[in-house]
Design a protein around this ligand. Structure first.
Ligand SMILES: [Cu+2]
Length: 126
């Protein structure tokens, strides 16, 4: 079984467990299946280098952290990180669903606040 398949099964399991009731949005243990955008962190990396989100409306972003290291998602206007737009709570070996404020269409930059090598592009469109 490859890593993607394991992730898919893990997400499916979390969804089943969440159906029985679990944490609300913004709390570790939240249900990633209801989120608008999902990214998984495993082996000190995000599983996606580009995420896509809707423009002009708040949206939810699930971080499924499968590592025993703490990770989060922080969003900046660009790679210079001169302007931080959002910084999520760190979670360790847990899932959290962040509420992201509405963003204008464009390309943004995200990274883990603790691990600057964990980065990607957030494309906001629509
Ligand atoms: Cu990290």
């Amino acid at each position: 079984m490859n890593r993607l398949q394991r992730s898919a099964i893990a997400i499916a399991l979390v969804s089943v467990l969440a159906a029985c009731g679990s944490g609300a949005a913004g709390e570790p243990g939240a249900d990633p299946s209801s989120a608008d955008v999902t990214v998984t962190s495993v082996d000190m990396a995000f599983d996606a280098s580009t995420l896509t989100a809707p423009a002009g409306e708040t949206f939810t972003l699930a971080l499924v952290n499968e590592d025993s290291m703490p990770h989060n998602v922080a969003i900046y206007t660009d790679e210079t990180k001169s302007e931080k737009l959002f910084e999520g709570e760190l979670v360790t070996d847990a899932t959290i669903v962040y509420e992201i404020p509405a963003l204008d269409a464009g390309e943004y930059f995200f990274e883990c606040s603790l691990h600057p090598e964990m980065t990607g592009a957030l494309v906001v469109e629509g």
